[in-house]
Design a protein around this ligand. Structure first.
Ligand code: ZN
Length: 384
């Protein structure tokens, strides 16, 4: 039996190979207490069963994430299926029955750095796409921005950023699906949008954390989604560079794509706690959510985070900073690590394909919200 995580995004420590179950621990993000992302390869004898245990699961960033969680596994690194697991409040246990000599196991289907580079290379070949490097991360990787549409003539600007938390790989699967839909010449909604809207897309906000196999932070342990008030090139260049461009071009809608460890549904969190939250914010938020619910049974509004009280928003969070700075719609989209339990898939759980489909569907609420802005129907400015 051999276990390794010495590859892009890998994360595991072998604690005891001779015990049964085999004891493993998830590594902390560098210079940080966060951990929950794991990704490793197990090699063994076909036909044998390998019981595995994460001995430090109970002290992970979001222990509730292990309740009813099922491990992602793949033999071919393309198709990811789920394995049942058991969490006792301290350890996570699961068993691999090897059907082929080598299996990959991960918290969610990984989105590799190579795939990220392929996505950028593919996108730049389209007439309407501009690829730009905003600067470099602390490990020296490029911060890439894709601009889709005609910035000179566009009436609307929409921002989408993903993977501030690098272990939330579903966010980049989502961006991939979004780009495919937006650039599909047979998609009438995309064509209509691109007639008067320009999209600014950051497919990976945290390249270093992604490659290092982090859950939540960059190379020096900064949680990028708590850096938006005062980012610096020394600690959080990823946010600094993107925020600088946002301030230059502005925007009408800001979408920040994430994954949630605990909640088994798709939902959005808005910026209701910012100082300037007003009737327009509330109206746009409602329009967006109603349209999203109408188009996708995988999206819902019943479950989500507790609302911030008026004026009590954490302004270091990207969505709050954007909603306040640009006085417009800013949303964090959360997808599950587990599954949408209102529409479960017992084989794969929440999966890359479902991320892509949800991304295709989000074109409609974007279109509806921009159309509402165009209609000029400004709600009466009373407290929401
Ligand atoms: Zn997140």
């Amino acid at each position: 039996m051999h276990i390794t995580s010495a590859f892009d995004g890998g994360n595991i420590t072998l604690v005891n190979a001779d015990s049964s179950p085999i004891e493993l621990a998830i590594r902390q993000d560098n210079n940080s207490d966060f951990y929950q992302w794991f990704y490793f390869r197990l090699e063994g004898r076909v036909g044998d069963s390998y019981p595995l245990r994460f001995v430090n699961a109970g002290k992970a960033a979001y222990p509730a994430g292990w309740d009813n969680y099922r491990v992602c596994a793949s033999y071919d690194r393309d198709h990811w299926f789920r394995l049942d697991a058991h969490y006792d409040g301290q350890c996570l246990d699961f068993t691999v029955d090897l059907e082929q000599p080598s299996v990959y196991l991960a918290y969610f289907a990984p989105y590799s750095w190579e795939r990220h580079l392929n996505l950028l290379a593919w996108a730049q070949g389209h007439d309407q796409v501009q690829l730009e490097t905003l600067g470099q991360t602390l490990d020296g990787r490029d911060m890439s921005l894709l601009t889709i549409g005609d910035a000179a003539t566009a009436k609307h600007r929409v921002w989408m950023i993903a993977r501030q938390h690098p272990g939330e790989t579903m966010a980049e699967w989502f961006v991939e699906g979004f780009l495919e839909s937006l650039l599909d010449p047979a998609n009438p909604g995309a064509r209509q949008l691109l007639a008067d809207t320009v999209f600014y897309l950051v497919p990976n906000m945290n390249p270093d954390g992604s490659v290092r196999g982090h859950l939540r932070t960059n190379a020096v342990g900064a949680n990028l989604n708590r850096e938006w008030s005062n980012p610096t090139m020394e600690r959080s260049p990823e946010v600094y560079l993107v925020r600088q461009r946002m301030l230059q071009v502005g925007g009408d809608i800001f979408l920040d794509i994430h994954g949630d460890e605990a909640l088994p549904v798709n939902f959005v969190a808005a910026c209701e706690g910012i100082p300037g939250y007003d009737a327009r914010h509330a109206e746009l938020e409602q329009r967006f959510k109603q349209a999203f619910v109408a188009v996708s049974p995988d999206f819902q509004t019943g479950r989500g985070y507790e609302l911030d009280k008026p004026g009590e928003a954490n302004m270091t969070v990207g969505t709050n900073w954007c909603g306040h700075q640009f006085r417009t719609l800013a949303l964090t989209l959360e997808m599950p690590f587990k599954d949408n339990d209102e529409l479960p898939d017992t084989g794969e759980g929440w999966s890359p394909d479902r991320c892509r489909q949800l991304a295709q569907d989000i074109l409609f609420p974007i279109r509806e919200t921009l159309a509402h802005m165009d209609s000029g129907r400004n709600p009466v400015d009373t407290p929401a």
